[in-house]
Every structure is written in structure tokens, then in C-alpha cells.
Design a protein around this ligand. Structure first.
Ligand code: ZN
Length: 216
């Protein structure tokens, strides 16, 4: 008796009607990244409190881009090329923002992808994750503003005896001013003004900042 599994030739490759673009592009230049951020509604305007403690009128909600696996994959591939020659065996990201893109960079490089989490304010390895002595590692983030989380993640690698090759992020919103003391590449560099809370013109105008990471 012939059994039908109800599968069709197109199973698994069907796209939702709202999927902006299904085909990962081989090259992602800054103009293309900007277009993807625009298309996915990832560039927000308002009054935001950044992880760094600074305030800003613009926020890049990278998760809105990375929610699309084909965009995440394309970004991961484009970033991974920068360190392919050094053959890192570990990608490490600060949770939560860096996890998805770290996974994709790890996939592109064919190596492990782990993450560090905040516990009592400090980043550390949990979940049985470990780093081998001398293991060549790269730190991968979604967005770098001051580079603070990236530097802290580098310290985690070093404290476990690993070797930091450098860092990657989808977005560098420091305008290239973040100093990481290591090789660093991003897909898109933007110079978005940030303000100390005391001198923030948006606070001065009477509004209160929102934490976009936790915003619904
Ligand atoms: Zn403010």
C-alpha cells in the first residue's frame, strides 16, 4: 500500500505573504543594511535610555532585523568574513542582544557560539559554558554604542585563559569612536548623538526616557 506523507515539493520553502525578502544577499554594504533597517522598522525615533546609561533620540532595534532568519544569516555571513582567515574556534556574545547574531557568525565560521550573562551586574559564563586555554575567540554584538559590553565580554574571555582576536557588530553607533583596543569591524557605522542624563535636551524638554530593550 502506498502511503502519503502529505508532503509537497515546496514544503519548507514557503514564504509568508509579508516576508520582505527571502533571498540572503551575498554582499551587505552599508546602504543595503540601512535599507533592511528601514524595511523592518528597526530604526526608532523617540527618547531612549541606552544600556550605556546615555540618552538618545534614535534607537536601532536590531532584534527587529534579526527576527528574520534570512537577514540574521546574511548579517552573520557578512561579519564572519572579516575573521575567516584567523579560524577562531569560539564566538562569544553578551546576552541578550548579541546571542542571535553570535549564533549566525558561529554558523558561518563553523565554530562554537556561546554567550555571557549578567549576574549581579557583571558578565560571566553560565550554563556550563567554558573556554579552552589559548582558545582563539571573537566577541560578537548586535550594536556597539560605547563598546562597554564588548570590552567586558573580552575580559570574560581573558579571565578564562582565551585569546581575543577581535570584535564584530552589526551596527557601530559610536560613529567609529568606540575604542576596543582590538581589531573591530561592523556592517554599518552611524554617528547618532547621545547625551548624559544631566545635559539631555529631551529630558530638558520634560519627557522621560524609555528603555527600548524592554519596550513592548
Ligand atoms: Zn533624556
Amino acid at each position: 500500500m502506498r502511503r502519503s506523507w502529505g508532503l509537497s515539493l515546496t514544503a519548507g520553502v514557503r514564504a509568508g505573504p509579508y516576508l520582505p525578502c527571502r533571498i540572503p544577499r551575498p554582499m551587505l554594504d552599508p546602504a543595503e543594511i540601512a535599507r533592511i533597517f528601514e524595511e523592518t522598522g528597526a530604526l526608532l525615533t523617540g527618547h531612549f535610555l541606552l544600556t550605556s546609561g546615555l540618552h538618545s533620540e534614535k534607537y536601532l532595534q536590531c532584534a527587529k532585523v534579526l527576527q528574520w532568519p534570512h537577514h540574521a544569516e546574511a548579517c552573520g555571513k557578512a561579519l564572519a568574513r572579516h575573521f575567516a582567515a584567523e579560524t577562531p574556534t569560539l564566538v562569544i556574545s553578551p546576552a541578550i542582544g548579541g546571542i542571535v547574531i553570535g549564533q549566525e557568525v558561529g554558523r558561518a565560521l563553523g565554530c562554537r557560539a556561546i554567550f555571557a550573562e549578567r549576574e549581579n551586574g557583571a558578565l560571566r559564563l553560565r550554563r556550563g559554558f567554558s573556554i579552552e586555554p589559548g582558545e582563539p575567540a571573537i566577541v560578537v554584538e548586535d550594536v556597539i554604542t560605547t563598546g562597554g559590553s564588548t570590552l567586558e565580554t573580552m575580559k570574560v574571555v581573558k579571565s578564562h585563559g582565551g585569546r581575543v582576536l577581535g570584535a564584530l557588530s552589526v551596527i557601530d553607533r559610536s560613529g567609529g569612536k568606540a575604542t576596543l583596543g582590538s581589531r573591530y569591524h561592523s556592517l554599518w557605522t552611524l554617528d547618532i548623538p547621545t547625551f548624559e542624563a544631566e545635559s539631555c535636551p529631551l529630558c530638558g524638554a520634560g519627557s522621560s526616557p524609555v528603555k527600548p530593550g524592554s519596550r513592548k
